[in-house]
Design a binder for this molecule. Structure first.
Ligand code: BEZ
Length: 405
């Protein structure tokens, strides 16, 4: 979490102004007296996100934006104060069961927000769904299984499935005239699923993936892999890394002399939130993602202004996902008058949720509880994401294996 979270709350007046600009729901007139009197009954939000290691920036961006949205609602959710119970996931899959159980069984949270890492998401989903635990909102992890075979009535995602931002990217590479590619990613669910999605659309459009390189997570020693790519001479490279690892990979790629010879593509995580740190090495990299900082809609302008005022930096896709996670809880809990015990009605409200004013553009929840959303094509220019167009309109994950009858 950023150190200056308190700034968000102390700027309530400013943020309420921003809320009006963003078109967000304020809850002043809807305060349910049974929960609000004395302020004793707080909404308990358990958070399992990385605050250390290569994904720390992602966890902090999600948390900051979640709190920004709650701050805009006056620091309350549906008239009730909020208590945050955060745990640093350390991106550890072995520690995920104990961390999840701590939040669910010991802390008895009303909502479980997390994680970033696909492997942890699968562990959490098995423990809390269907309705074994509280309502879980995934603000990043793209594990296809979470809204596929592991889908459950009490699990919702405000981010993406791994298939979603990667599938359109393969076609982009083919449309750019490339015939052969190498895929490279960390060797775990997210990387494996994104590379498979990119490969399938690249090959459907006439390309051929000649090699799939998998690097142990979260290693950042890429020299041997880069030598292999240089020797194989593919037309293009399609990569998944994120956070600190993405900074290192993109810089190493350029330092190895590959940047101007073999263009680099990938799901937008490759440059998202890190393009400034990547510097010249990131210039010209094309990626596909469900957000671009320069999206020209009023909600995005207001969101970026409010986030920058609160934290002194610009938001990224992870912030948008955290902001929409809070928006989902606020919308649903407001609809049930703040009653966190009304699980069935809460689930119903979340299942039909629509987000006409998200900074990413309008999106809605699919039957499998995953966003149906536009995927944008972006290119890094002067350290920023430049929007080139829409790579896939209203893209819905196939949600294979999801039976939520
Ligand atoms: C994942 O593990 O699902 C993931 C992590 C970082 C960025 C995108 C996806």
């Amino acid at each position: 979490m950023s150190k200056n979270n308190s700034k968000v709350i102390s700027r309530r007046g400013f943020l309420q102004g921003s809320a009006m600009a963003i078109g967000a729901t304020t809850v002043g007139g809807l305060m349910p007296t049974s929960f609000a009197i004395g302020g004793t009954s707080k909404v308990r939000v358990g958070i399992l996100l990385p605050y250390s290691g290569t994904y720390a920036m992602l966890g902090n961006s999600i948390t900051d934006a979640f709190k920004l949205r709650v701050g805009i609602a006056g620091g309350m959710i549906a008239g009730r104060e909020v208590e945050y119970i955060p745990i640093d996931s350390e991106m550890s899959v072995p520690k995920a069961p104990q961390n999840t159980k701590k939040l669910v069984d010991k802390e008895k949270v009303d909502f479980l927000v997390g994680p970033v890492h696909s492997g942890i998401a699968a562990v959490m989903a098995k423990l809390v769904g269907p309705r074994e635990g509280p309502i879980m909102i995934v603000p990043n992890a793209g594990s296809n299984a979470v809204t596929g075979p592991l889908c459950a009535d009490n699990i919702f995602r405000t981010s993406f499935s791994n298939w979603q931002p990667a599938f359109p990217g393969g076609k982009v590479m083919a449309d750019d005239g490339h015939k052969t590619a190498i895929t490279i990613s960390w060797k775990y669910g997210a990387g494996i699923q994104m590379m498979a999605a990119g490969k399938s659309s690249f090959e459907q459009n006439g390309g051929k993936v000649i090699k799939d390189i998998q690097v142990p997570f979260p290693d950042v020693e890429f020299q041997a892999n880069l030598s292999e790519i240089a020797a194989a001479k593919p037309d293009a490279v399609f990569a998944f890394f994120s956070g600190g690892g993405a900074v290192k990979f993109v810089k190493d790629y350029a330092a190895a002399g590959l940047k101007d010879k073999i263009p680099l593509y990938g799901p937008g995580f490759l440059t998202e939130g890190v393009s400034k740190a990547q510097g010249a090495a990131a210039e010209g990299i094309k990626t596909t993602l469900h957000y671009s900082g320069d999206l020209d809609n009023p909600a995005n302008h207001a969101f970026r202004k409010a986030y920058n005022e609160a934290y002194g930096k610009m938001p990224n896709v992870f912030s948008v996902q955290g902001y929409d996670a809070a928006e989902l809880i606020i919308k649903a809990l407001t609809q049930v008058g703040g009653d966190t015990g009304a699980t069935g009605d809460l689930i119903k409200a979340m299942s039909g949720a629509e987000f006409p004013d998200s900074p990413r553009g309008p999106w809605r929840m699919s039957a499998a509880h995953n966003p149906i959303q536009d995927i944008y094509l972006r290119e890094v220019h002067d350290g920023k994401q430049k929007l080139l167009g829409v790579a896939a309109k209203d893209l819905e994950d196939p949600a294979e294996g999801c039976n939520m009858a």
